[in-house]
Design a protein around this ligand. Structure first.
Ligand code: FMN
Length: 231
């Protein structure tokens, strides 16, 4: 009897795992780069879930060298739309996420995250000194341009997870690079914060009746081309 229970439990657990796995893929098939949103507000718990996914994203050495700006102010969204090629999702969305990366690595920025890590893990101050100094030495000897290319790549990881989390919540989102980065940075005062915009992610709900893309087939490169195997 006990053995039968264990057998059933193991198999149920396996099928649960399998269905969770399938669910992510189903959500990714459901999502698309929404072209027209309907202005409906996304519940706060779903927004929190999407933000949490970006927050938990891995980053190189754990520095989290980017910030996620959340805009719901309608006047500001109107201004952002102008510098984003007038893409309508900017004002028809519920929340606009802006992924903005550090404009450079500095000793202060790197030290700050190590200070937090030592505190949170309850280890003596200085425990991570060697690793921290190695990073500071490596990063601060590079140009700001090279460092921004690195911080922006970290931002894309959070951006990707936010896109997947939105899909999981059956919330639409449009990944966007189609905007004037310098103009947006000025508009939001990002240079004073040491940040540069990387991507936009309007979040909301599709206007299925008026979105030309909603019923078009999702197209991807054939898998034989896309995946390269060395067996
Ligand atoms: C980094 C990035 C930038 C993009 N920029 C825009 C954009 O500015 N405006 C837009 O409508 N779609 C934009 N897209 C959406 C892509 O065109 C879309 O993801 C791609 O064609 C695949 O289609 P799907 O997302 O519907 O599966 C962008 C996507 C990514 C990942």
């Amino acid at each position: 009897m006990l053995q039968t229970c264990l057998y059933l439990f193991e198999h149920l657990f396996f099928f649960q795992l399998l269905s969770d796995y399938m669910q992510l893929l189903e959500s990714l098939k459901w999502r698309y780069a929404t072209k027209k949103m309907n202005g409906q507000r996304v519940p706060q718990e779903k927004i929190d879930y999407i933000l949490e996914a970006a927050y938990l994203a891995p980053t190189s050495s754990g520095t989290q060298p980017y910030r996620v700006i959340v805009v719901t102010n309608r006047e500001l969204l109107e201004k952002i739309k102008v510098v984003a090629n007038n893409q309508p999702q900017i004002t028809d969305c519920s929340h606009l996420l802006i992924f903005a990366a550090w404009d450079n690595y500095t000793a202060e920025r790197i030290s700050h995250i190590f200070q937090i890590t030592e505190q949170e893990r309850g280890v003596p101050t200085g425990t991570m000194e060697n690793y921290k100094n190695m990073l500071i030495g490596a990063y601060t000897s590079r140009s700001a341009e090279e460092n921004f290319a690195h911080t922006a790549r970290q931002a894309y990881i959070g951006f990707g997870l936010a896109i997947a989390a939105a899909a999981e919540q059956q919330v639409d989102a449009t990944p966007m690079e189609g905007f004037d980065n310098a103009a947006l940075d000025q508009l939001l005062g990002l240079p004073e914060k040491g940040l540069k915009s990387v991507t936009l992610l309007p979040i909301g709900y599709r206007d299925a009746e008026n979105d030309w893309l909603v019923n078009l087939k999702k197209v991807r490169t054939p898998k034989e081309e896309f995946f390269i195997h060395y067996d």
